[in-house]
Write a protein that binds this ligand. Structure first.
Ligand code: XMP
Length: 303
């Protein structure tokens, strides 16, 4: 990182997931005051994510600057339902926000926590594009900064090894992966603030209940566990009245590197709790499904 950036300043994009958090911790060690760490609140982050990421990274000596850009993202995504278009829009908007931050600070480099599966799945090395990861295939052709991607050749479990070797706390090294585009890839079809609110609450419930089940020794903590929202509404009954509401998917997978994954077996009583809490606590959720698909043929996220 020191070789690449030289005496220049750099900004780093942090999403709260393991790769970008580790990259930010390394960048701070390597570049000291010449690094400006940015967390973009796209409006598509998990519940309390900005606050949590800020506190967690502060404990690793990283100062995180939160930029609220939710209006920019929701406006750009309005009416767009194609998954690849959504990813490209998100990638482009991220860069525009970073460029504005770079202008303020005089940064010439953008450091990203890109890892091997990101560019492999984005069609790198003449492969088929499975999905354009926002930080690779979603990058616009023209941008006013040079890229520096120190984790580019590593897989997730190797990033965790680097993190442990650097003495970072387990809250960073063992952190659940979280995709850069955030909840956008967990909302199938068009994105609205209402849908983001629903999936944010549902994700929080799934995370809480699965963590509790794992702490009680009822199941192994999955590699990744979350909720997603389908645009399909189905008929139900609330009290004596007909309802017509959204469908939530519960997804939990075991994996080593995210390239392949098997669905996790969630105990029936935990599924029961998750389902009851989602339909009781989220007024617009009428049905809860459990995703029992491996990768391949599915991917971990729904878009
Ligand atoms: P998929 O859905 O491709 O996910 O099977 C594999 C792993 O990658 C994460 N993921 C992303 N991470 N930018 C990221 O930083 C992205 O655009 C992106 N898409 C998926 C996903 O959460 C899982 O851990």
């Amino acid at each position: 990182m020191r070789n690449a950036v030289g005496k220049e300043k750099a900004i780093i994009a942090v999403s709260g997931g393991v790769d970008s958090s580790v990259a930010a911790a390394i960048a701070t060690k390597a570049l000291g005051k010449r690094i400006h760490c940015v967390f973009v609140d796209t409006g598509l982050m998990r519940k309390g994510e900005a606050k949590q990421a800020k506190a967690m990274l502060a404990r690793a000596g990283v100062k995180l600057n939160v930029v609220n850009a939710s209006d920019i993202f929701f406006r750009a995504l309005f009416g767009v339902s194609d998954p690849e278009k959504k990813r490209k829009i998100i990638g482009e908007k991220f860069i525009r926000v970073f460029e504005a931050e770079a202008k303020k600070t005089g940064a010439k480099f953008l450091i990203q926590g890109t890892i091997a599966p990101d560019w492999i799945e984005s069609g790198g090395g003449s492969r088929d594009t499975i999905k354009s990861h926002h930080n690779v295939g979603g990058l616009p052709k023209k941008m006013g900064m040079r890229l520096c991607e120190p984790l580019r050749d590593l897989y997730k479990h190797e990033v965790r090894i680097v993190s442990r070797k650097l003495g970072l706390r387990s809250e960073i090294s063992e952190r659940q992966p979280f995709p850069g585009p955030g909840l956008a890839v967990r909302i199938v079809g068009e994105i609205t603030r209402e849908k983001a609110g629903i999936v944010r609450e549902a994700c929080a419930i799934v995370e809480e209940e699965i963590r509790a089940a794992s702490e009680a020794g009822k199941m192994e903590l999955p590699w990744q566990y979350f909720a997603a929202l389908l645009p399909t509404k189905t008929v139900g009954v609330r009290g004596d009245e007909r309802s017509y509401q959204y469908t939530i998917v519960v997804r939990a997978v075991r994996s080593l590197d995210g390239m392949t994954a098997n669905f996790s077996c969630i105990p029936p009583e935990t599924l029961q709790k998750i389902s009851t809490r989602i339909t009781n606590e989220i007024r617009f959720a009428g049905r809860v499904l459990y995703d029992i698909t491996n990768k391949p043929p599915a991917t971990v996220e729904l878009e």
